[in-house]
Design a protein around this ligand. Structure first.
Ligand code: HSE
Length: 309
């Protein structure tokens, strides 16, 4: 027996400024995974092309293998398998663009298909959320578009929608990894009530502005006081890069997920290259090299490209 599946999972940008651990959107940058299960040989093998290609290893600690096996072992009795994973990566690792979510969602989706269980999207969300711990990256990776998520008693709930507002996103990726664990440790456990009020108003405003196409509100609606002020010190040059993005025409700039990528939200009519170059230049003047990608909203979420059963 030998069966395989290829899935393509989009990058994601969690938080969207004020919507900490809740809002997220999918972007047109992808990791593609082919999982092949065989009962003719036993063990793991891995081939990686693209982003981070030398930093992944074929082991149960690799997120793609771990997420596949966690669901596979729940759904089947076939424990002695050979598992080969081939990855074609565009999403930079540990940069706040949901690279680990792509692996989690791909592993869960592949196990669902190759086991024959064919889980629904909501079931895939529940499995992926248990592995990731918060749904704001895995939800847009599965559904595409813009997602509003919350958890209650360990169950993830997501409202997925497509903003009416046309946007382009300029992702400026510094040559600096930032672990989500470290970036979460930087945030205080308790915050002041006025800051909670600030974020509640901005999160509500952002959601309505995107759905109602009110771009003039984005400058305020993307502001945050829950995590960005604390994480700013982990990303040298952040104020200068934000200022450069806005001066070059972006509505506003935010930290993508837990960083280190900084993301400009801009009208598609603006010159994305000019915004990207200005932000990369501001990083450079602070001694930090960076690259930029001009991205759109991905609306398809996870796609199954090929199945052989
Ligand atoms: N909401 C999460 C955070 C996203 O900002 O820590 C990163 O996984």
């Amino acid at each position: 027996m030998k069966k395989s599946v290829t899935v393509r999972v989009p990058a994601t940008s969690a938080n969207c400024g004020p919507g900490f651990d809740s809002l997220g959107l999918a972007l047109t940058l992808y990791n593609e995974f082919t999982f092949t299960v065989s009962d003719e040989q036993y063990g793991f093998s891995l081939k990686v092309e693209g982003e981070g290609k030398d930093s992944f290893h074929a082991s149960g600690r690799n997120m793609a293998f771990a997420s596949f096996l966690s669901l596979w072992n729940k759904l089947t009795d076939h424990r002695r398998i050979g598992l080969d994973v081939q990855m074609k990566n565009q999403v930079p690792k540990s940069r706040g663009l949901g690279s680990s979510s792509t692996a989690i969602v791909a592993g869960v989706t592949a196990a669902s298909i190759l086991s024959g269980a064919n889980l629904t999207q909501d079931e895939i969300l529940q499995e992926a959320n248990k592995l990731e711990g918060h749904p704001d990256n895995v939800a847009p990776a599965i559904y595409g578009g813009f997602t509003i998520s919350f958890q209650e008693n360990g169950v993830a709930h997501t409202l997925r929608t497509i903003p009416k507002m046309p946007l382009q996103f300029i992702a400026v990726v510094p040559d600096m990894q930032l672990s989500t664990h470290l970036a979460r440790e930087a945030i205080p456990k308790v915050i002041a009530h006025p800051d909670a009020v600030f974020n509640a108003s901005r999160t509500a405003l952002l959601t309505a502005a995107l759905l109602e196409d009110r771009p003039e509100l984005l400058e305020f609606a993307l502001e945050d006081k829950l995590h960005q002020p604390y994480r700013a010190k982990l990303i040298p040059g952040l104020p200068e890069v934000f200022a450069a993005g806005k001066a070059a025409g972006a509505y506003q700039c935010i930290i993508s997920g837990s960083g280190s990528t900084l993301l400009a939200y801009a009208s598609p009519e603006k010159d994305g290259d000019a915004i990207g170059k200005a932000m990369v230049g501001a990083f450079a003047s602070c001694g930090q090299t960076a690259v930029y990608h001009i991205l759109q909203l991905n609306t398809k979420g996870t796609e199954v490209l090929h199945v052989e059963l």
